[in-house]
Each structure stands twice: as structure tokens, then as C-alpha cells.
Design a protein around this ligand. Structure first.
Ligand SMILES: Cc1cc2nc3c(=O)[nH]c(=O)nc-3n(C[C@H](O)[C@H](O)[C@H](O)COP(=O)(O)OP(=O)(O)OC[C@H]3O[C@@H](n4cnc5c(N)ncnc54)[C@H](O)[C@@H]3O)c2cc1C
Length: 429
């Protein structure tokens, strides 16, 4: 028998901006649902290893956690500025784009007011609870930093665990090698290794690669830096207004309604809004730096456009990278490699634990619900894993406020159904 006690209407895995926005939407809707979110980190933090000084947000502050849904919310970025006594000075800056450090501070401020998350809980398993031939609830197993295990029960589940660092094939054997670091670990793992005159290879020419190149170039250690990029040149992200309309919340409906081949074409056509592109200002700054170097005759900063790393070999403490492209193949040496190669976002069996065999393998539906076998009662939702069906905004901040509203509405319906079904079953027993 399944007890009706100690069970949450909703269990959430991950407490980044997506599930934080959902927690607020549930509260503001007065949903009356019991929800508990489990977050692997010891406290709230938004991409902490990329809090590079000077890095700005790439969306307007009006695309915060709430404003597009509820401009009167006490959890808006403007409310945050007001609470911190900086509203007037922020206005004086005449910008829509706060620094990344400030936006993280805003998120931390909101998260501190949402007592629905348990931190230091990495979810390591999900088990079904059976009632006869039906899965009526779920148990989520989480681990803390000291490897202790905890179990929480839920009627519905939402997974918002973000992306997994993309690790290119030539570096596969070097996953645990401290000389190779993903940009997601830049501040905590790459910078402490930096030494005067060191050779650093940065792989990838998107926003992260360009930011890291610029940050390293300005450091007193004066490392030699090689930026390896597949494209012909560093390219600016397209944030012009007509193109930006794809990030409007209504853009999700339009995108979802299109046939699959048209969606694929649109994703390719508009990839320059988000992938392998960097802010125009940053590109201009890098160009100036390289120009200055050509005046002084230095050779510390080098770009390798149209080349990719095809082989990596260790030589003592140095790595030798083979670059293949129009000028190649040729080799460069690196004491440290930083992979600014982005993130994979795929729903995997690992994420679903013991529920994996019951997933139909289809994409989440318009309401972000994962299609599951008929015997699975609990609704499983995802956030940030529907780019192919919901558009380029899916992994970004642009749709958070309204997506959270849609999810809150669906969850209220699912919880009412789950409670009814469970109380009927208990009465029948
Ligand atoms: C450096 C950087 C800058 C960015 N800047 C912008 C920007 O300016 N504008 C924009 O729109 N987008 C930006 N993005 C895109 C980014 O994806 C979104 O901003 C946002 O982080 C998405 O939120 P999320 O909650 O879906 O995922 P995440 O922020 O990745 O949060 C997922 C959370 O889940 C937790 N987690 C993962 N696995 C588990 C587990 N097994 N158990 C428990 N917890 C787990 C993680 O610790 C993490 O806290 C940026 C991305 C990066 C990397």
C-alpha cells in the first residue's frame, strides 16, 4: 500500500533559473501545491565559474524571472534593484543589460526568499512506486556532499538540470586530466593553474571562448593564448529586433506549430542568435588587442580560424594539439586547454532513472510533459530540453516567466487528478 503522507505534489530536480521561476509562479498563482526542489550545489549559484569580471547579460533585465508574466511581482529585477537601493543609479546607466555578476546576485536574492529548495542534494536515482499495475508516485534518491542518501516522494516530477559540458572526441581520454578544463569550470579549475608565460589553448569561438580569451589576455600572468575556431572568423550574435522576435513567448507557439523539417530549418537559419557567436563589443575589443600586438611586434595571442583539433598527445607536462584545416595539419603546444565547446541538452536514461523504460522516446509535448507509457500516473515535465520542438529560446532566460506559468497551470491539473486517483485507490483498499 502507498501511504498518502510525506509526499509532495511536485518534486523538482535542479534549482537553476528555470525551476526558480516555476517556484515563484506556483507561489504567485496560489497553487496550493506542496513542492520540493533538490539542488546539487551547496547554495544557489548561476554558472558561478563564468562570473568573469566585465561580462554582461545577453538579454534585457525585463526578461527576468517574472516581469513578462507579472510586472507587479515582488521578485522582478526592478524590485531587486529597489530593495538594494540601486534603482536610481541603475537607471542612470541607461542600459538594459546588467552585468552577469549583478544578475546572479538578483537570482540569489530571489532564491533566498523561496524556502522550497533543499541544497546539497544531487539526485542520483528515481524509483517508481507501484499500486497494483500502475505507477502511482515516485521516489527520488539524492546524495549530499558526504555521500549520504536521502529519499523524497512525489506525485509529479520536473527535471530542469541544465546542460552537460560538451567534451570533444579528441579529448575523450583526458576527462580527468587537470590540464583540460571545460569553460563551466573556468574560474575554479583553470585560473588556479595559470602561471606566468604559460601556453593556453582555448577551443571554441562562442561567447564563452571569446570571454575567456579576453580575460586571459588581460591577466598579469601574460599567458601565450591560442584560440582555435572552426569558423572563418569570430562572428557577432544577431540580436537585431526582427530576429529577436523568435524569443518572444508567442514565438514558442508559432515554432511548435510548424512541421518538423521547417523547425529544423529555422533552428539552422537562426543559430547565429545563440551558437558559436559572441557580442559585437567583445569581438571589437579582441580585434583591438590583436591590432595592438601587431604594432608592438608581440606574438602572444594567436587565432587559428577554420581549424579544429583532431588529435591530442601528452608530452611530459605539455599537451600537443594537432590542428586540421586549410593551413594544416600542424601542431601547437599547450600547458592548459580550455574547452569552450558548449553544452549538450538531451533527455537521457540516466536522468530518468528507473522510469527510463517507460518513456516512449518521444519529445516533450507543447506543455513540456514527457510522453510516458500508460501505466505511469505521475506527470514528468522538463525545462530546457525542448529546443528542437519549442525553439531557440528553450534553453535561455527569455521564456522563463511565461513557461513557468504554463507549467504551474498544468501541474495544478495533474496534482488534482493524482490526488483523486490516489484517494480512490486508498478507499478501495
Ligand atoms: C556562462 C553562461 C552565460 C549565460 N548567459 C545567458 C544570458 O545572458 N541570457 C540567457 O538567456 N541565457 C544565458 N545562458 C543560458 C543558460 O542556460 C540560462 O541562462 C539558464 O542558466 C538556464 O537555466 P536552467 O535552470 O534551465 O539551467 P541551469 O542554470 O544549468 O541550472 C540547472 C541546475 O540543476 C542542477 N543540477 C544538475 N543536475 C542535478 C542533479 N542530478 N541533482 C540536483 N541538481 C542538479 C545544477 O547544479 C544547476 O544548478 C548562459 C549560459 C552560460 C553557460
Amino acid at each position: 500500500m502507498t501511504s498518502d503522507e510525506n509526499i509532495f505534489d511536485l518534486l523538482g530536480v535542479g534549482f537553476g533559473p528555470s525551476n526558480l521561476a516555476l517556484a515563484i509562479a506556483l507561489q504567485e498563482r496560489g497553487a496550493g501545491l506542496s513542492a520540493r526542489f533538490l539542488e546539487a550545489r551547496a547554495q544557489f549559484a548561476w554558472h558561478p565559474d563564468m562570473m568573469i569580471p566585465g561580462a554582461d547579460m545577453q538579454v534585457s533585465f525585463l526578461k527576468d524571472l517574472v516581469s513578462q508574466r507579472n510586472p507587479q511581482s515582488p521578485y522582478s529585477f526592478v524590485a531587486y534593484l529597489h530593495a538594494k537601493g540601486r534603482l536610481g543609479r541603475f537607471i542612470n546607466r541607461k542600459t538594459f543589460f546588467p552585468s552577469r555578476v549583478e544578475f546572479n546576485d538578483y537570482l540569489v536574492w530571489v532564491a533566498g526568499q523561496m524556502p522550497v529548495c533543499t541544497y546539497d542534494r544531487k539526485v542520483v536515482g528515481i524509483e517508481p512506486e507501484w499500486q497494483g499495475k500502475r505507477i502511482s508516485a515516485l521516489t527520488v534518491i539524492a546524495q549530499d556532499g558526504a555521500q549520504r542518501l536521502y529519499r523524497e516522494r512525489g506525485r509529479n516530477l520536473i527535471l530542469a538540470t541544465g546542460g552537460k559540458p560538451r567534451w570533444p572526441a579528441p579529448f575523450a581520454a583526458l576527462r580527468d586530466d587537470p590540464r583540460v578544463v571545460h569553460s563551466g569550470d573556468y574560474l575554479s579549475r583553470a585560473l588556479p593553474r595559470l602561471r606566468s608565460g604559460m601556453r593556453v589553448a582555448v577551443i571554441g569561438s562562442g561567447q564563452s571562448g571569446a570571454e575567456i580569451f579576453e580575460d586571459l589576455a588581460a591577466r598579469p600572468e601574460a599567458p601565450m593564448i591560442d584560440l582555435v575556431l572552426r569558423r572563418t572568423a569570430l562572428r557577432p550574435s544577431d540580436d537585431t529586433p526582427f530576429v529577436n522576435e523568435i524569443f518572444d513567448p508567442a514565438g514558442t507557439d508559432r515554432f511548435h506549430a510548424r512541421p518538423e523539417d521547417e523547425r529544423r530549418r529555422a533552428l539552422t537559419d537562426l543559430a547565429a542568435t545563440n551558437y558559436s557567436v559572441a557580442d559585437g563589443d567583445l569581438i571589437a575589443a579582441l580585434y583591438d588587442r590583436l591590432y595592438e600586438q601587431s604594432v608592438t611586434g608581440e606574438d602572444r595571442l594567436r587565432l587559428h580560424p577554420e581549424h579544429g583539433v583532431t588529435e591530442v598527445q601528452g608530452h611530459g607536462s605539455t599537451l600537443e594539439l594537432t590542428l586540421t584545416g586549410p593551413q594544416g595539419p600542424y601542431k601547437i603546444a599547450a600547458d592548459l586547454v580550455i574547452l569552450a565547446t558548449g553544452y549538450e541538452r538531451a533527455i537521457t536514461a540516466e536522468m530518468l532513472g528507473e522510469l527510463a523504460p517507460y518513456w516512449t522516446g518521444e519529445a516533450p509535448d507543447r506543455t513540456y510533459r514527457l510522453p510516458m507509457a500508460p501505466e505511469v500516473g505521475p506527470a514528468i515535465f522538463v525545462q530546457g530540453f525542448s529546443e528542437a520542438t519549442h525553439g531557440l529560446s528553450d534553453t535561455l532566460l527569455s521564456v522563463l516567466a511565461l513557461r513557468a506559468q504554463e507549467l504551474a497551470d498544468s501541474l495544478v491539473k495533474c496534482s488534482q487528478t493524482a490526488r483523486r486517483t490516489q484517494s480512490h485507490s486508498l478507499a478501495a483498499e
